[in-house]
Design a protein around this ligand. Structure first.
Ligand code: SF4
Length: 348
């Protein structure tokens, strides 16, 4: 028995792999430090386990509004990782998951008039991250699936309560719909410093450049969750996550990246701040909720049109596509349902 926390995490993971050698192991990877450390520990344990093969899929949930700098980094890692895992055998692969079009961030905001998310109305995490992952698991054999998450006990007091309450150790049960599957948390007891140590010390996968990751991280910590854990915070004060995130008061991660020279993030940052400002402007919201209840309702159609116009300008300035044609078509259809009088305007 070793006293080194990282070696201990690897030993525990070796035991876990051997005990479920025939399961489908699914690593929920965001590109952030915690899921990176979880993946590295899992691969180190696999090498040490003596197993000849493993059914392993690394999944990444692409919300379509990921911080562009971080998204570029993660996609390039996944490209390389796909090749590197293939060297281990045909049962190792990477998969990029996407939310169904009606759940995408701007389809909800511009199409249906949802106000940007806040801590008390966080409609985004379920549709953008949790549901794509749970649907993927449902298409597998949940009973024979183990989902590996980079969750840590010390991540937050709130999350501690969730994790401590649910189970003592790294194995937990997760229920989606009427099906249960197993969660395995290899870095449950590691501190932030140990997570970084694991990220730097463990050599595989070599597709991950720990120095670049640390450089990108700057002030960030935490990752938006991909499992349903309602008590847990959506993301910490800065994190790998959506550039549109209005759940955090200030996107410190983006701010730090801009200060570090990633000036291409500035227009996104400004758009997000504007979105946050207009959220509670009564002139931009229906006076009642959609169900007729008292309280500010969805964005008015004119407000949605203005958001779309500004988003079009953002696309022009950044020379990127933020809304694809499927999303624009869905928005046009939703506007028609809300009886937008000027046809579908210039949605496309
Ligand atoms: S990063 Fe923010 S906007 Fe994106 S899913 Fe998480 S809480 Fe929602």
């Amino acid at each position: 028995m070793t006293n080194d926390p990282i070696l201990h995490a690897i030993d525990t993971t070796v035991g876990a792999l051997r005990s479920r050698a025939n399961a489908h192991w699914v690593v929920a990877f965001s590109g952030g430090k915690d899921s990176t450390a979880a993946l590295k520990i899992l691969l180190a344990a696999y090498r040490r386990s003596g197993l000849q093969t493993l059914n392993l899929t690394v999944i990444y949930c692409d919300t379509g509004v990921e911080n562009p700098i971080l998204d570029l980094y993660v996609k390039s890692v996944l490209d390389d990782l796909g090749g590197e895992l293939a060297e281990l055998g045909p049962s190792f692969e990477t998969r990029i998951l996407r939310a169904p079009v009606q759940d995408r961030f701007f389809v909800r905001i511009i199409g249906r008039g949802y106000p940007p998310p806040t801590n008390s109305f966080r409609w985004c995490t379920t549709g953008l991250r949790i549901r794509p992952v749970s649907r993927f698991i449902e298409t597998q054999d949940p009973k024979n699936t183990v989902v590996v998450l980079g969750l840590r006990r010390s991540e937050s007091q709130q999350r501690d309560r969730t994790l401590n309450g649910a189970a003592e150790g790294p194995w937990q049960k997760q229920r989606e719909g009427n099906k249960d599957y197993d969660l395995f948390l290899p870095i449950l007891d590691l501190s932030v410093a140990e997570v970084w140590d694991a990220t730097f010390w463990l050599s595989k996968p070599r597709s991950i450049n720990a120095t670049m990751l640390q450089d990108l991280y700057r002030d960030a910590s935490g990752e938006c969750p991909v499992i349903r854990a309602p008590q847990s915070p959506p993301c910490a004060s800065g994190r790998f996550g959506c550039w549109t995130c209005t759940v955090v008061r200030q996107d410190r991660s983006a701010k730090k990246l801009i200060e570090a020279g990633y000036s291409e993030l500035k227009p996104y940052f400004e758009f997000r701040s504007w979105l946050s400002e207009i959220r509670n402007d009564p002139a931009m919201r229906w006076p009642k909720r959609r169900n007729g209840a008292a309280g500010m309702g969805p964005f008015t159609l004119d407000a949605r049109r203005e958001i779309l116009e500004r988003l079009n300008q953002l696309e022009a300035v950044t020379r990127t596509e933020i809304l694809d044609s499927e999303e624009r078509g869905t928005i046009a259809g939703l506007w028609r349902l809300d009886h937008y009088p000027r046809l579908s305007f210039q949605v496309f």
